[in-house]
Design a protein around this ligand. Structure first.
Ligand code: ADP
Length: 161
C-alpha cells in the first residue's frame, strides 16, 4: 500500500490546496494530510479550526486522512510508513524554498522522495496569507476556499466577533 503525505499549515485551506489533495489522492492508496500543529507563521485559525475546515472539505475523498503533527516531517513520515511527500508549486518563487526543504529532508531520510505538483493556473495566485489578509479587512473569499468550508469559516469568524 502506498501512503503519500501532504504536509502544511493549511491556515486556512484554499482551493489551491484542495486541488493538490484531490490530485494527490489519485496517486496513492492512502493520502495523509499532515496538519502542522505549530507553524512558524502565527496562525489565524487554531489547530482544531484548521482540522474542522479540512474535514468539511474532503468528505468526498475516501482515501484521505487528516493527522496533525509537530516536529520533523521525516519523523512524521516514518510514523505513517510513508516515503513520498507531495508539495504544491505555484511559481518559481516557491521553488527555491521547496528544493532546499526536499534536499534537507532527504539528507535526514535518504529513502524519502518529494513530489511536486504544479498548481492549476487559476489557483496560482491563491495563498493562505492572501485569504487571511482579505478576511482581516472583511473582503470576499468565497471563490478562494472550498465551497464546503465556507459555512465552517463563517461560523468560526462569527464566534470570534
Ligand atoms: P507551509 O506553511 O508548509 O508552506 P501551506 O499550508 O502554506 O504550508 O502550504 C502547503 C503546501 O501547499 C505547500 O506545498 C504549498 O506550496 C502548497 N500550496 C499553497 N497554495 C497553493 C496553491 N494555490 N496551489 C498549489 N499549491 C499550493
Amino acid at each position: 500500500m502506498t501512503t503519500i503525505v501532504y504536509p502544511g499549515s493549511f491556515d486556512p485551506l484554499t482551493n489551491g490546496h484542495l486541488d493538490i489533495i484531490e490530485r494527490g489522492a489519485k496517486l496513492a492508496d492512502r493520502l495523509v494530510i499532515g496538519i502542522l500543529k505549530n507553524s512558524s507563521k502565527a496562525p489565524m485559525f487554531t489547530l482544531d479550526e484548521r482540522i474542522a475546515i479540512m474535514q468539511a472539505s474532503i468528505s468526498h475523498l475516501s482515501n484521505v486522512e487528516i493527522i496533525s503533527f509537530d516536529g520533523l516531517l521525516v519523523d512524521f513520515m516514518k510514523s505513517q510508513h510513508a516515503k513520498t511527500v507531495i508539495r504544491g508549486l505555484r511559481a518559481v518563487s516557491d521553488f527555491e524554498y521547496e528544493l532546499q526543504m526536499a534536499q534537507a529532508n532527504r539528507d535526514l531520510y535518504p529513502d524519502m522522495e518529494t513530489m511536486f505538483l504544479a498548481t492549476k493556473v487559476e489557483y496560482s495566485f491563491i495563498s493562505s496569507t492572501i485569504v487571511k489578509e482579505i478576511l482581516r479587512y472583511g473582503g470576499n473569499i468565497r471563490h478562494l476556499v472550498p465551497k464546503a468550508s465556507i459555512e465552517v469559516i463563517e461560523s468560526i469568524l462569527g464566534g470570534k466577533k
